[in-house]
Design a binder for this molecule. Structure first.
Ligand SMILES: O=C(O)CCC(=O)C(=O)O
Ligand SMILES: [Fe+2]
Length: 358
């Protein structure tokens, strides 16, 4: 999980404040059309409610609707291309991984059915508001979820160490959430096509061009030496940038921080740029995290929502504690955003909000 830089965010926010241009009138009508389509899909789902099933778990803030489509049918026949550059950038890029119409169904399903959080956390004296919506499911390699009761209920069940025995109290600061059906099916597909195993799904929702992820690398110790991270894009196209970490005597600095003294933006080294489309999967492998930073920059172009799912393998308890803290729980209690939100006509609203009786 990267640490955001509030100063940089403020600077970037200033960028996106702009006056209304005619092109924005066109964009506004596109947005209206997009929202109309989203509403139609929701209505379709509502009318077929008898056949709906849900993934349920006591750790979920809501029951999570299972899809009515089969995700395995959505696999594109496109093979991944190996991209090896500059010696240590090692990528496998499926463009696309999912067929266009399946990617769209999956995007809308996740947008409308996931519990989303806007996390605010502190680093020393600084309070940092994550510039995107997030949610996470999974458990590190040392433990497993206890099986559900025979009657199918899972309420009250916890996790246990894989090696047997009892989990010491307070091992996990927050209760880990098992993958809902859709994500476990998707994980299986991604594992088969990428030849790696994953135990976590981290989801990011970038509502518009102001949402972003600043330059960071996913190189925490709990991911192991050379982690494979598979990253799926759904919804609007966004730019994905890679930039080399600054090196000292040929060795990249450890950690997430870009140590370039000039700090912000693009450093001296090479930058690799991708336009990630809906249904694409980009896999970061071997020495990539150790030597490269990646980001989704803010954009002043009008863009609709984009969802990103990263599949990762956390080796130990630290990974589980880190992921739930930074993607679900570390929200300011008085901001109201520590509660699960859902997407509704371009806005985020609380799942458990009060609604008027019709
Ligand atoms: O949204 C993306 O494509 C990148 C997300 C990412 O880098 C992360 O979650 O660590
Ligand atoms: Fe990342």
């Amino acid at each position: 999980m990267p640490q955001e830089d509030p100063l940089r965010q403020t600077q970037m926010d200033a960028f996106v404040t702009r006056t209304k241009r005619p092109i924005e009138v066109v964009e506004a009508s596109k947005k209206k059309q997009r929202i109309k389509e989203e509403e139609e899909v929701k209505e379709e789902i509502a009318t077929s409610s008898e056949t709906q099933t849900y993934s349920k778990h006591w750790t979920y803030p809501i029951d999570i609707l299972n899809p009515s489509f089969r995700i395995e049918d959505g696999l594109s026949s496109q093979e991944g291309s190996n991209i090896r550059k500059h010696g240590d950038l090692d990528l496998l890029y499926f463009s696309p991984f999912l067929k266009k119409d399946y990617a769209q169904q999956l995007y809308l399903h996740l947008l409308n059915n996931m519990p989303w959080y806007r996390v605010t956390y502190t680093v020393g004296a600084r309070t940092i508001r994550t510039p995107r919506w997030t949610t996470v499911f999974g458990l590190d390699d040392t433990a497993e979820f206890e099986p559900p009761e025979e009657d199918g209920t899972v309420a009250g069940r916890g996790v246990r160490p894989k090696k047997g025995g009892k989990l010491p109290a307070k091992t996990y600061k927050n209760d880990p959430r098992p993958l809902p059906l859709l994500l476990s099916q998707l994980k299986k597909l991604v594992e088969e096509k990428t030849g790696a195993e994953y135990n976590f799904c981290l989801l990011n929702l970038y509502l518009d061009g102001k949402d972003s992820i600043s330059y960071h690398s996913d190189d925490e110790g709990f991911l192991g030496e050379n982690p494979t991270i598979a990253s799926m894009s759904l919804g609007s196209t966004r730019t994905f940038l890679f930039k080399q970490k600054e090196k000292d005597d040929g060795v990249a600095y450890a950690g997430n921080k870009n140590k370039n003294k000039k700090g912000k933006g693009v450093g001296k080294g090479p930058v690799e740029k991708f336009q990630l489309n809906s249904g694409d999967l980009i896999v970061m492998r071997s020495t990539t995290q150790r030597n490269w930073l990646h980001s989704i920059p803010k954009t002043t172009t009008t863009v609709g929502p984009r969802i990103n799912i990263t599949f990762r393998k956390a080796m130990n308890v630290k990974g589980t504690n880190n992921y739930y803290h930074f993607n679900v729980h570390a929200a300011l209690k008085d901001s109201g955003e520590n509660e699960a939100h859902r997407y509704s006509e371009g806005n985020m609203v609380k799942w458990k909000g009060v609604v008027d009786e019709e």
